[in-house]
Design a binder for this molecule. Structure first.
Ligand code: A2P
Length: 270
């Protein structure tokens, strides 16, 4: 392509208001999913559950997408869990990163899947599909989650069994971590289900809520706005349908400036 010659400030330098960080490790789970860890800028602060704009220079221009930060606020590195979209403007390139490569991150994190956006409760449900587990990977490693809730239930639904590995490994890591396992104790439960393959737990989370199997499997009562709180992260359709089920049970949606009984956020796509 013969682009006209111009003084492109992005070609060699890092754009203003952006951190340039080094990739530390990359792990591929399936041909659709991978995670990477990168250095954390000294001045970068965020709340567990928030997202940041992550980018790469592509043909001299930065390309960004919103990514939930999967590592907890106390971690000295940053972790992200990503889908690979073959023609995705960012992920078609991001899936090829190697340790030592540079990844861009805009300076200001934001998001609604934060503990501050929920009113006090006893049981916290985190409903996720696919890469929607990322903000919860952060929150289940944050001690504050267990200070605020006695029972923390993370649901993760994927099409295939191999896509559950990130979540399963994560909980295993928590159990094997001396400090975290003491804080988490028996409070955390991971409920993994699969929709397109055989697995001990099968079905969409929306169906499992509607038919009550979720509650039977976990041995808990149906949703109760007095004690239950929720966070939802998945596709637009999954958010809408799960939200409707929580509202039907009497829970009200909250936000940063008006805490409520549940909060939602769309998982990264493209
Ligand atoms: P299904 O296999 O029945 O479509 P995706 O990769 O398309 O985002 O899907 C991730 C998981 O979310 C899949 O298990 C999928 O189930 C499920 N899912 C898709 N749409 C919804 C929805 N509207 N409500 C609940 N779960 C959904």
């Amino acid at each position: 392509m013969n682009a006209p010659a111009r003084n492109d400030e992005f070609a060699e330098t890092i754009p203003a208001g952006v951190y340039a960080e080094k990739v530390l490790s990359v792990q591929h789970y399936t041909d659709r999913l991978f995670r990477f860890r990168m250095t954390r800028p000294a001045g970068f602060r965020f709340r567990s559950g928030e997202f940041a704009m992550i980018g790469l220079m592509v043909e001299g221009k930065p390309v960004y997408r919103a990514y939930s930060i999967a590592s907890p606020a106390w971690d000295e590195e940053l972790e992200f869990f990503s889908i690979k979209v073959p023609d995705g403007p960012l992920t078609s390139h991001l899936q090829k990163i190697q340790p030592g490569d540079t990844v861009l991150m805009r300076k200001k994190p934001t998001g609604t899947l934060v503990l501050d956006a929920l009113t006090p409760g006893k049981r916290l449900y985190m409903f996720s599909t696919g890469t929607g587990i990322a903000p919860f990977a952060s929150l289940i490693r944050d001690p504050e989650t267990y200070e605020k809730f006695d029972d923390v239930i993370l649901t993760h639904t994927c099409r295939e069994v191999s896509e559950l590995k990130y979540g399963l490994d994560l909980v295993e890591e928590i159990r094997n971590d001396e400090m975290l396992s003491e804080i988490v104790g028996e409070k955390l439960r991971l409920y993994s289900t699969v929709t397109r393959e055989d697995y001990p737990f099968q079905g969409r989370i929306t169906d499992l809520i509607a038919n009550g199997k979720l509650f039977t499997d976990l041995g808990v009562p149906a949703f109760d706005p007095a004690v239950d709180r929720g966070m939802i992260c998945g596709s637009a359709a999954m958010l809408k349908e799960t939200k409707e089920l929580l509202e039907k049970a009497g829970l009200e949606e909250g936000a940063n400036n008006k805490p409520g009984e549940f909060v939602i956020e769309r998982a990264f796509v493209g």
